[in-house]
Design a protein around this ligand. Structure first.
Ligand SMILES: *Cc1c(COP(=O)(O)O)cnc(C)c1O
Length: 359
């Protein structure tokens, strides 16, 4: 008997023929492809986290705090801006947070919009929640201007609009005034994805929250916080937005172990964020190194660089891989994205870039 194929199942028509999304997880010496913090969590945090998880383990027979109150209070304290725990929401990565946003505010007959090139997952949350997806293009130089973005929002009138600042994969930011203008123009929810905010010189959109109940600012512990494996993302918004998310979240979605780990990570945020400064310095060094090779680098406010241009970026990606360096082909023609790694990894990357055939 031949094994069944996906198409033999009564799967949703809109999922037929699709393949799962994800960056290649390859075991190579230098992995600069998923924008993690290359520094492992500080030793003091690891010890504290192990203790906290052991303590949480003694009550694993019970369901976790469904409201993750202690964690949300701690996240509010970390963010500042006078926020309180009832304005915070947390889930398993900002991926889950953002999917919950579309479960509550998107859905059949509704549309979400983003500005591309951007984070590929927005399109996939839309798919998963049967929300229509509309993409507007960035400017040809990959900058995002107020006139352009506001015009797109006015034209499409989406139910949810995603604004990524700093943007992935370009690394460039969107000024706060532009976010304000998009909010004024948008009829629905405005989600500002600040996954890389700790690396950015721009002010956070958190300061725009008062008086703007349709505004959501999402963050993650996966990047600057060096906790990608812990799966914790969160958002700040009006408490009424959090009420909406409670309608769609699965009960007990955030495990006791995850909550304990995230609280431990927050207790050590000063130590973790000290590494962020080093990464910003490295970003400037790698950027200069690439320019010295005659390449173009999009100005970055994050922990990665979009650089090019190549007649065939996939071929260059492959040649780097052959030298043990994994970067990201984000399928933006002519460009590759590199995450800033440890200084010696960045040296290896720059040496490989200098050596490979770029034709
Ligand atoms: C990495 C990233 C996220 C974070 O995803 P997690 O689920 O929190 O790991 C969110 N948005 C953007 C733009 C990202 O690049």
């Amino acid at each position: 008997m031949t094994p069944p194929e996906l198409n033999d199942l009564p799967i949703r028509d809109d999922l037929r023929g699709l393949s799962p999304y994800g960056a290649p997880q390859l075991d190579v010496p230098v992995r600069l492809n998923t924008n993690e913090n290359p520094y492992h969590p500080p030793d003091a945090l690891v010890a504290d986290l192990a203790q906290a998880v052991a303590a949480a383990a003694t009550t694993l027979n019970r369901y976790p705090d469904r409201e993750a109150r202690e964690l949300r209070d701690a996240l509010a304290a970390y963010l500042g801006h006078g926020l309180t725990g009832d304005q915070l929401w947390a889930a398993n990565g900002s991926n889950e947070v953002l999917q919950q946003v579309l479960q509550a505010f998107g859905g059949p007959g509704r549309r979400a919009m983003g500005f591309e090139p951007s984070y590929a997952m927005y399109r996939l949350y839309s798919l998963a929640t049967a929300t229509g997806w509309v993409a507007a293009d960035a400017e040809p130089d990959y900058t995002f201007t107020e006139g352009h973005m506001v015009a797109a929002v006015e034209r499409e009138r989406p139910d949810v609009v995603f604004v990524t600042r700093p943007n992935n994969p370009t690394g460039s930011s969107v000024a706060l005034g532009v976010v304000r203008a998009i909010y004024e123009a948008a009829p629905g929810m405005v989600v500002v994805d600040e996954a890389y905010q700790e690396f950015s010189a721009e002010r956070s959109a958190l300061e725009l929250l008062p008086g703007r109940p349709r505004l959501i600012v999402s963050r993650t512990m996966s990047k600057a916080f060096a906790l990608a494996g812990g799966r914790v993302g969160y958002l700040a918004a009006d408490p009424v937005v959090v009420d909406a998310l409670r309608l769609v979240r699965l009960p007990y979605h955030l495990s006791s172990l995850t909550q304990a780990a995230a609280l431990a990570a927050l207790r050590h945020s000063d130590a973790t964020l000290a590494d962020v400064k080093r990464l910003i310095d490295e970003r400037e060094r790698v950027s200069s190194g690439l320019r010295a090779l005659g390449l173009t680098v999009v100005p970055s406010d994050s922990n990665f660089l979009l650089y090019g241009r190549f007649p065939d970026q996939s071929a260059v990606w492959q040649r780097l891989l052959e030298r043990g360096v994994l970067v990201r082909d984000v399928h933006v023609a002519g460009w590759l994205r590199v995450t800033i790694g440890l200084p010696h990894e960045n040296d290896t990357f720059l040496a490989a870039m200098a050596a490979v055939d770029r034709g």
